[in-house]
Design a protein around this ligand. Structure first.
Ligand SMILES: [Zn+2]
Length: 253
């Protein structure tokens, strides 16, 4: 396992347990004794996990699953993205990744269109300069917002942001072009077909990936960025019952 990967897991350990799990244990069991037994177990896993023990990281994820701080769906998404802790938790081997990046990205639709858009935002960010122009940032932000809250008003915002961007020249650089297409993909995803008519999310994925390639990003680089961001998002600690991103202002699925 590469050190970057270990570091990224390590930085997430804080999310894996202690504050959430201990509070939950006390609440669930309503007894200090039961809490202290599990508490001990968790502390042991945490110690091992801090030492880089992937099996222990997997056990911590299973504890969170058991306590309702992580959904099976999200754990499966992280495993699909070959997150080592999630693979250990589910006891599965790394999934074979389709060589074709478009196919791989579109397969994320199993976790909903917002997940595909979230992937496109992560992909789009690989092409932004360290100080991305505000216009690019605004386009990626409407996409991220819709991925968090996939309602019609937020899809409409993405549509309007694209209209606004088109008054300038959104294609003047690869960075601005990719940001524009990510926002475009968002309203296509949000309206299912999109006011543009007939454009599919799959074809928008292909366009975004093509712009990234033209901008000099290798498929591997894009895939790793998407894997890292999505797995981190999928495994974030959440209070039980709020698994699917806060409270959508108008849920559509
Ligand atoms: Zn919304």
């Amino acid at each position: 396992m590469c050190t970057t990967r270990i570091r990224s897991i390590d930085s997430r350990l804080g999310l894996y347990s202690i504050a959430y799990l201990l509070a939950a244990l006390a609440w669930r069991h309503g007894s200090c004794q039961a809490a202290s037994v599990s508490d001990e177990r968790i502390r042991r896993f945490e110690r091992l996990a801090r030492g880089g023990d992937v099996a222990a990281m997997g056990q911590l994820l299973l504890e969170r699953l058991r306590l309702g701080y992580l959904s099976r769906d999200r754990l499966e998404l992280a495993a699909h993205l070959n997150d080592p802790a999630a693979l250990a938790a589910l006891g599965v081997d790394p999934s074979g990744e389709p060589a074709d990046l478009r196919e791989w990205t579109c397969a994320l639709q199993r976790w909903g269109r917002p997940t595909v858009v979230r992937a496109l935002v992560a992909a789009g960010r690989t092409l932004q300069p360290s100080r991305a122009p505000a216009a690019n940032e605004a386009l990626l932000e409407v996409a991220r917002t819709w991925a968090e809250c996939p309602c019609t008003p937020h899809a409409q915002e993405a549509y309007e942001a694209c209209g606004h961007a088109e008054q300038g020249n959104p294609f003047e650089s690869s960075a601005s072009s990719v940001a524009f297409h990510v926002a475009h993909a968002t309203y296509v995803a949000g309206f299912n077909q999109g006011p543009a008519g007939g454009t599919s999310l799959q074809s928008m994925v292909a366009i975004v990936l093509r712009v990234l390639r033209e901008g000099g990003r290798s498929p591997d680089e894009v895939r790793r960025a998407v894997q890292r961001e999505l797995a981190e998002w999928a495994l974030q600690a959440r209070a039980p019952g709020t698994d699917d991103a806060g409270a959508p202002c108008e849920p559509v699925w």
